[in-house]
Design a protein around this ligand. Structure first.
Ligand code: NAP
Length: 318
């Protein structure tokens, strides 16, 4: 279906184009940003939200406000959903699925969920003849529409190929594979990386700040370290993890255990909380105790996986 064959897309002449009509369900902070990015690209955009007042600004920009979820879904071949969670989405879509209104449509679900939740949504969609992609949005609303921001997708390769040009309006679309749960799996793993990085950076900011360095000055140096050397270490260690061999030809785990004590002492002297470096040191010590003292830092993965010799499941509480 395209704009020329779907009468529902002709309701607002100011938005009529040859671009794919899209329906957006959910106009919270993120859903509204998604709809705005589609309008910016000229897509005929139909919106629906439980609280219709939130559509006002989008309607002023050319969106069509649907009176019901059924009206919204009927308007476009592609439905983007971004609500609180999958339970909320099922509350909206279940009645339509039962009536057959979803059959032949494609649903791209940008609601956050777990990998298992995404796979369950994919199975539900498949059982109702609905093409399905699950998405992970790797930005906040103000980054939507910026081609440098990643949008991760898992699920139907056909839906991804068909609607890739639409998805490019939101950010860089990256298809991770045909399992729907992959987007959430990467999303959660990347958020873990982000929080660990944020906290390490803030710890360093507190330590240097105690001696009068501004956060801005420290960050200029920190970003050079992260983007240059640290990015290089991680790239090399990824190959070591994949090979299951950690040659210890740069800085060994035992050397890093000795080195982290300097950070712990510097922070303690300045009254800065040491929970994070203490956790990192304890993890390194477990790797060393399991025989990886002379190996590279990448060997710590054996502790995290619970596969280091002489240990059961990883347990940071001990
Ligand atoms: P939000 O501003 O709180 O909006 C929540 C949306 O869900 C609203 O449209 C709300 O409708 C709708 N909703 C909640 N319960 C509902 C129900 N039972 N039935 C129908 N609709 C319901 O949240 P948000 O920031 O837009 O986040 C939406 C999703 O995007 C979440 O899964 C979030 O994890 C994900 N996400 C957000 C960000 C971000 O930076 N904000 C980044 C990545 C991913 P009403 O307006 O009627 O309440």
């Amino acid at each position: 279906m395209n704009a020329d064959t779907n009468p529902n897309t002709h309701t607002n002449p100011s938005t009529h184009t040859d671009l794919t009509p899209v329906t957006v369900i959910g106009l919270g902070n993120m859903g509204a940003a998604l709809a705005a990015a589609l309008l910016d690209r000229g897509h005929p955009t139909t919106v629906w939200n439980r609280t219709p007042q939130k559509a006002k600004a989008l309607v002023e920009r050319g969106a069509r406000l649907a009176g019901s979820p059924a009206d919204a879904v009927a308007a476009s071949p592609l439905v983007l959903a971004c609500v609180l969670d999958d339970d909320a989405l099922r509350t909206v879509l279940d009645p339509l699925a039962e009536s057959g209104a979803l059959t032949g449509k494609s649903l791209i679900n940008l609601t956050s969920n777990s990998p298992e939740g995404a796979n369950a949504m994919s199975a539900w969609a498949g059982s109702h003849g609905l093409g399905y992609l699950d998405g992970g949005i790797m930005t906040t609303p103000e980054g939507v529409g910026n081609p440098e921001m990643m949008f991760l997708y898992g699920g139907s390769a056909e839906v991804f190929a068909t609607y890739r040009p639409v998805l490019a309006a939101l950010g860089e679309p990256i298809h991770l594979g045909t399992e729907a749960g992959l987007a959430s799996l990467y999303d959660t793993a990347l958020l873990g990386l982000m929080w660990a990085t944020f906290t390490g950076w803030l710890h360093g900011t507190a330590v240097t700040g105690a001696d009068g360095t501004s956060a801005t000055d420290f960050t200029a140096v920190a970003l050079r370290w992260l983007n240059g050397a640290v990015a290089g270490f991680i790239t090399r260690y990824a190959g070591q993890v994949d090979a299951g061999r950690y040659p210890g030809d740069d800085a060994t785990v035992d050397v890093q255990i000795a080195t982290i004590d300097h950070l712990i002492h510097a922070a303690a002297d300045r009254g800065v909380d040491n929970a994070l470096p203490e956790l990192l040191k304890a993890t390194m010590r477990r790797a060393s105790a399991a025989g990886h003292g002379g190996d590279s830092y990448a060997s710590v993965i054996e502790v995290l996986r619970g596969t280091a010799q002489g240990q059961g499941q990883a347990n940071f509480g001990r």
